[in-house]
Ligand binder design. Structure first.
Ligand code: ZN
Length: 222
């Protein structure tokens, strides 16, 4: 365990909640930072706060509405139907919020620096990245170098889920003893329904398939 503090970029979804409890296992002190960026479901932040309370970690929200208004996407524009898959001729679905992880991690790094924190944790995953370029390992490694150069700092960006698929993320939650909490209290659904969600949006499908796969794998091992 690191005798240091970690700041988790925390949305209250399955991935960042798993990261929050991972950080609690790995670090002496953990804090959570959530961003309001004009997403359709501001309720997300209330749910995130509830999870942070259960985890016993300090929770703070920050307003970043600029991100939602700069780029045109289906997470912040309610009139836009969400792509279920990557459309032909495109590199990512319209649920991609351009620059989101770049902004989040940059703001989080400045926030952390002010508080003497150098460890940042994000739940991005290259395995299930849905075509989002800012969830890839090369992006996070590149940004880590950039942030260190930008602030003459020694930040360490931790990505515990980078090489896990959704089944692997469920396995990690189970290992951390928070599988039930993740199933019940997190919000992953693009339609804003917590827990098992609406069941048909791309995020729900990915989450459910991962869960079924994980449950089947532990079933077979007995
Ligand atoms: Zn859904």
């Amino acid at each position: 365990m690191y005798n240091e503090t970690a700041l988790v970029v925390f949305s209250g979804g399955q991935d960042s909640t798993t990261c929050l409890f991972w950080a609690k296992r790995e670090f002496k002190d953990v804090r959570a930072l959530s961003f309001l960026y004009g997403q359709k479901h501001a309720k997300e932040v209330e749910l995130a706060q509830n999870i942070a309370r259960q985890a016993g970690v300090t929770f703070e929200t920050m307003e970043l509405p600029l991100i939602g208004t700069l780029g045109h996407n289906a997470l912040t524009d309610t009139s836009m139907p969400m792509d279920e898959q990557i459309p032909d001729g495109q590199t990512c679905p319209n649920t991609f919020v351009p620059g989101r992880n770049l902004f989040f991690l940059s703001v989080a790094a400045v926030y952390a620096r002010e508080r003497g924190i150098r460890h940042l944790v994000t739940g991005v995953s290259q395995t299930d990245y849905s075509g989002y370029p800012d969830c890839r390992d090369s992006f996070v490694k590149s940004l880590n170098v950039t942030l260190n150069l930008a602030m003459d700092a020694q930040f360490v960006l931790h990505t515990p889920l980078m090489w896990l698929d959704k089944a692997g993320t469920w396995a990690l939650a189970d290992e951390l003893g928070v599988m039930d909490l993740v199933r019940r209290d997190t919000l992953t659904c693009y339609n804003g329904i917590p827990g098992d969600g609406c069941g048909h949006c791309p995020a729900c499908k990915l989450r459910r398939e991962g869960l079924e796969q994980y449950l089947a794998s532990i079933h077979h091992s007995y």
